[in-house]
Design a protein around this ligand. Structure first.
Ligand code: NOJ
Length: 763
C-alpha cells in the first residue's frame, strides 16, 4: 500500500513537472476566459429540436434559447447536416463561442443498416464487426455526427431483457473482442480522429444487462467479484482500445445508482483502467435518480458530478442546480472545471476548434451515405449473421421449387431494420429477396398476437409513449382465421413453405421486456396449420432475442434464425435459403427451453449438488421438476450446409510454468460436400481455485475456411492471461493447479485435455 502511495506521489510530481501539451495549454486559455455558467453549460447535453424529424431550429425551440445563453455543450439525435449547421452557428455566436459536439444513436449502421448487434456478434468475425462500425462512422460523420452512442457492450444472461439485442451476448471474453473491434471501427486505431471517424461512447456503464428478472431499468444485484469476472471485460476492452467516452447506465449497483457510483466511474474506470475521456449520463438518468430515493435533483446532481459524471443528458440537473451547490459548498469549482475540461478535450480531439463545420458537408453526405458499396457490405454481413438452428435436409432450397412465403414478417421492412435504426431508407423484405430468385406466392398468414389490443400496444408502443392522443387505425381488418386459411391454401399449392415469423422491432430493444419468450400465439397457430398440410416448412425466424422454440424445433423441417438482418436483409436471407451462401454463424446467447430457466448461460458455476444438463428430474439435486437444465440450443451452436469432424485436443506440453505458454491444437475436417467457414472455440475450466469458477469459459476462437474433404489444424496459444480471474480480493490472478482445456464446435460438444500450471518456484 505504502509502495503504491509513493508511486502515485512520484507520478504526480512527474506530471506536474511535465511540459503541458498544446491541447492542455489551449484549453487552459479557453477556460480562463469562460464564466462559471458557460463551464456548466458545456456539461449539458440535449436531444435535438424535435429529436430526429426537425428540419430547422425555430426561435421558440427550447434548445435554441439554451444555445443563445451558452447553456448547451452538445446536441444529439439528428443526422440532418442543415439543422446541425444552424445549431453550430448559434453556438459559435453566443456564450463563449464553443462548438457543439453532435451525438447520435448509431448502433448498427446508420442510413445503411447492418444486422442488429446481437446478430453481428454471431458472425464471430471481428473484421466484419470492425468494418460495420467503420462504415457506420463514415456515414454518420458525413451526416454531421461526430459522436456515436455505441458500442453497447452490456453482457446479458436473461433473454427476457429486450436490450439483449443491442449487445454481443452472454460471454465476457467474446464481448471484449467485439467491444475492441467496434471502438477501432468508429475511432480508427490511433489517437487522431479523421473527418470520417467519430468518437465512440461505450454503454451502458455499468452492468445494465444484469437487470433483475430481465425487466428493463431494474436493479442489479451482483457481487463485485462476479461483476468483474462475468460482466466488466467488454467495458475494459473498449477502454484499452481507446474509447473516448462512456455512458452511465440507468441501474443501481450496490445500492448506488450507476450515474453517481464512485466505485464504477472513479475507482474502476478511471483509476484502475486509466480512462481519461468523459462520461455522459443516459437520457434523463440524473433526474430519474430521484425515483431511486437518493435525494432531490440538486443533491443528486452534486453527487453525480463528484462521482465523476461529466455530462448530463436531458435532465437539466447540472445547468439547474450546480451553481447553487457550489455556493452552498456541496461541490467545488474544481469539480466543474474537471468535467468541463474533459468535454473540451473531446472537442479538441475532434478538431472542432480548428473547424467547427468539419463534419457538416452536404456534398460528402450525398456521396458517402447509403451507397451501392455500403449496401453490398450490408448484404455480405447479413449472410454471415444467420444461425441455422435446425435442418432436416430441406435446406438449401432449389431455385426451381414452388415456394409459399407466408407470415406476418414476410413483407415487413421495419422487421429487417430492427431496433435503434434511424435510417429513413426501407429495407429489402424477405418476400422481395425470396420472390426475386424463385417461383413464389405470398400470404400474410396470421396476426402477430391473437390479442389485437396487445398487438396494438406492442406495434404502436413508441407512438403511445410520445403521442398518447394520436389516432391509429386498427392493426387488423382481416380475421386471423381467414389469414390462416389463405396461407394454408397457398402452402398446398407449393413444394415448400417458408414461414416468416418472430418479433417486430418493438418487441425487443429498450423498454421491451417479455416474461414469455415463445413465439406469439397467433404465429404458433399459423405454424401448426402449415405443418398440418404435410408440406415441408422452413421457419425463418426474425428476432432480437433468444426465444423458446421447443415446439418449433420438434415440428419444423428447418429453422433459420436471421435476426433483424438490415438494409439488404431479404436478399441475404435468400442467399442462404437457396444455397448461394453457406451459413456459418453461431449463437452468442443460450436459447432456453423455457423462460423458467432464466437467467441461463453456459459459463455458470457448479452447485454443491450438480446434475447433468440433460438428465431428468431427481430429488435433492440442482434441477427442475418440469424441465431439464440444458438449453435448447447452447452458446456457440450453429449448423452449416456441410459437416465438420473434430479430432482430439492435443497440448504441446502437459505442464506450463506460470509465465510460460502452451499450444492447444485440434484438427478439423470438412466431411461434407460444400466448402464452409467453421468457428472453432476454446474453453477452459479451472479445476480447483480459491474461489469457485465457471464450469466453462471461452478463452479463444478462430473462424476458418475449410474446403470439402480438407483438414485444417487449429492452434491456440495459452498463457497465464487466459487462465486468470479476479479472486475474492479482486486481484487478477492465475492460481497454479489443474486446468481442463476444451475445444469444440460449441460450448456443449467439447473435448478436453488436462494442463497443469506450475508455480514459478515449483520444480
Ligand atoms: C436511452 C438509451 O438507454 C441509450 O442507449 C441511448 O443512447 C439514449 N437513450 C439516447 O438516445
Amino acid at each position: 500500500m505504502r509502495h503504491s502511495v509513493l508511486i502515485l506521489l512520484a507520478g504526480l510530481v512527474i506530471a506536474s513537472c511535465a511540459p503541458k501539451s498544446e491541447m492542455d495549454r489551449f484549453i487552459d486559455d479557453l477556460m480562463a476566459g469562460m464564466t462559471l455558467e458557460q463551464k456548466i453549460g458545456q456539461l449539458n447535453l440535449h436531444s435535438s429540436p424535435g429529436f430526429i424529424s426537425a428540419e430547422r431550429v425555430t426561435e421558440e425551440d427550447e434548445n435554441a434559447k439554451l444555445l443563445r445563453q451558452g447553456l448547451l455543450g452538445g446536441i444529439y439525435g439528428s443526422g440532418n447536416p442543415a439543422l446541425l449547421r444552424q445549431c453550430q452557428e448559434i453556438a459559435l455566436e453566443s456564450g463563449a463561442g464553443i462548438p457543439l459536439i453532435f451525438g447520435m444513436d448509431v448502433i448498427h449502421g446508420h442510413e445503411t443498416v447492418f444486422p442488429v448487434p446481437l446478430a453481428l456478434s454471431t458472425s464471430w468475425n471481428m473484421d466484419l464487426i470492425e468494418r460495420s462500425a467503420r462504415i457506420a462512422a463514415t456515414e454518420a460523420a458525413a451526416s454531421g455526427i461526430n459522436w456515436v452512442f455505441s458500442p453497447m457492450v452490456d453482457i446479458c444472461r436473461d433473454a427476457r431483457w429486450g436490450r439483449i439485442v443491442e449487445g454481443g451476448g452472454e460471454d465476457p471474453y467474446l464481448g471484449g473482442e467485439i467491444a475492441r473491434a467496434m471502438v477501432y471501427g468508429y475511432q480508427g486505431r490511433d489517437a487522431s480522429v479523421g473527418t470520417d471517424e467519430v468518437l465512440a461512447c461505450v454503454k451502458h456503464y455499468a452492468l445494465y444487462g444484469g437487470a433483475e428478472a430481465g425487466r428493463d431499468y431494474n436493479s442489479v444485484f451482483l457481487s463485485r467479484q462476479e461483476a468483474l469476472n462475468g460482466y466488466m471485460n467488454p467495458y475494459k476492452a473498449a477502454c484499452e482500445a481507446g474509447a473516448a467516452s462512456y455512458m452511465s447506465s440507468f441501474n443501481e449497483f450496490e445500492g448506488i445508482p450507476a450515474s453517481m457510483n464512485t466505485w464504477l466511474m472513479q475507482d474502476i474506470l478511471r483509476d484502475s483502467w486509466g480512462f481519461d475521456g468523459f462520461i455522459v449520463s443516459d437520457a434523463t438518468a440524473i433526474a430519474e435518480e430521484v425515483n431511486h430515493g437518493i435525494g432531490d435533483l440538486q443533491e443528486i446532481s452534486a453527487r453525480s458530478l463528484k462521482a465523476g459524471l461529466d455530462m448530463d443528458m436531458n435532465s437539466d440537473g447540472y445547468i439547474g442546480t450546480l451553481k447553487e451547490s457550489l455556493e452552498e459548498g456541496r461541490i467545488k469549482e474544481a469539480d466543474i472545471d474537471r468535467a468541463c475540461r474533459r468535454i473540451l478535450k473531446a472537442k479538441y480531439r475532434l478538431g472542432l476548434f480548428e473547424d467547427p463545420y468539419r463534419y457538416l458537408d452536404d456534398a460528402r453526405y450525398n456521396s458517402t451515405v447509403y451507397t451501392q458499396e455500403n449496401r453490398a457490405a450490408a448484404r455480405e454481413m447479413a449472410r454471415e449473421c444467420q444461425v441455422l438452428l435446425k435442418n432436416d435436409g430441406i435446406l438449401p432450397l432449389s431455385k426451381g421449387a414452388k415456394v409459399a412465403v407466408v407470415g406476418p414478417l414476410a413483407k415487413d421492412s421495419d422487421a429487417m431494420k430492427g431496433t435503434w435504426a434511424m435510417s429513413r431508407k426501407p429495407c429489402v423484405t424477405l418476400w422481395q429477396g425470396i420472390s426475386e430468385v424463385s417461383n413464389a406466392s405470398y400470404a400474410e398468414g396470421s396476426w402477430l398476437y391473437k390479442d389485437a389490443e396487445l398487438e396494438d400496444a406492442v406495434r404502436h408502443s413508441i407512438f403511445r409513449a410520445f403521442a398518447p392522443g394520436m389516432q391509429i387505425p386498427p392493426v387488423h381488418t382481416t380475421p386471423q382465421s381467414a389469414l390462416i386459411a389463405e396461407a394454408v391454401a397457398k402452402a398446398r399449392q407449393a413444394d415448400v413453405v417458408v414461414a416468416c415469423v418472430g418479433e417486430v422491432p418493438n418487441m425487443n430493444g429498450e423498454g421491451a421486456s417479455r416474461t414469455d419468450i415463445s413465439l406469439p400465439d397467433a404465429q404458433r397457430e399459423l405454424l401448426q396449420a402449415l405443418k398440418a398440410t404435410g408440406k415441408p416448412v422452413v421457419m425463418v425466424l426474425v428476432t432480437g432475442r433468444p426465444l423458446t422454440l421447443v415446439e418449433e424445433d420438434a415440428q419444423m423441417d428447418a429453422i433459420l434464425n436471421v435476426w433483424s438482418p438490415g438494409s439488404e436483409g431479404g436478399y441475404a436471407v435468400a442467399d442462404v435459403l437457396f444455397g448461394d451462401a453457406n451459413p456459418s454463424a453461431k449463437l452468442t446467447t443460450s436459447f432456453p427451453r423455457s423462460a423458467g430457466q432464466l437467467p441461463l448461460y453456459y459459463n455458470h458455476k457448479s452447485t454443491g449438488r450438480p446434475h447433468p444438463d440433460d438428465a431428468p428430474y431427481k430429488k435433492f439435486v440442482s434441477c427442475y421438476i418440469d424441465e431439464v437444465n440444458a438449453p435448447l440450443y447452447p452458446f456457440g451452436y450453429g449448423l452449416s450446409y456441410t459437416t465438420y469432424e473434430y479430432g482430439p485436443v492435443t497440448l504441446s506440453a502437459g505442464e506450463m510454468p506460470l509465465n510460460g505458454t502452451v499450444k492447444a491444437s485440434v484438427t478439423v475436417t470438412n466431411t461434407g460436400s460444400r466448402a464452409g467457414d467453421e468457428i472453432v472455440q476454446l474453453y477452459i475450466h479451472d479445476v480447483y481455485a480459491t474461489s469457485t469458477r465457471p464450469v466453462k469459459e471461452l478463452k479463444g476462437f478462430k473462424k476458418i475456411h475449410i474446403e470439402t474433404g480438407q483438414s485444417v489444424q487449429v492452434d491456440f496459444t495459452l498463457t497465464k492471461e487466459e487462465l486468470s480471474y479476479y479472486n475474492h480480493d479482486l486481484e487478477w490472478v492465475c492460481e497454479p493447479g489443474d486446468f481442463e482445456i476444451m475445444i469444440g464446435p460449441n460450448s456443449r460438444d467439447t473435448q478436453g485435455a488436462m494442463l497443469a500450471v506450475k508455480a514459478a518456484d515449483a520444480s
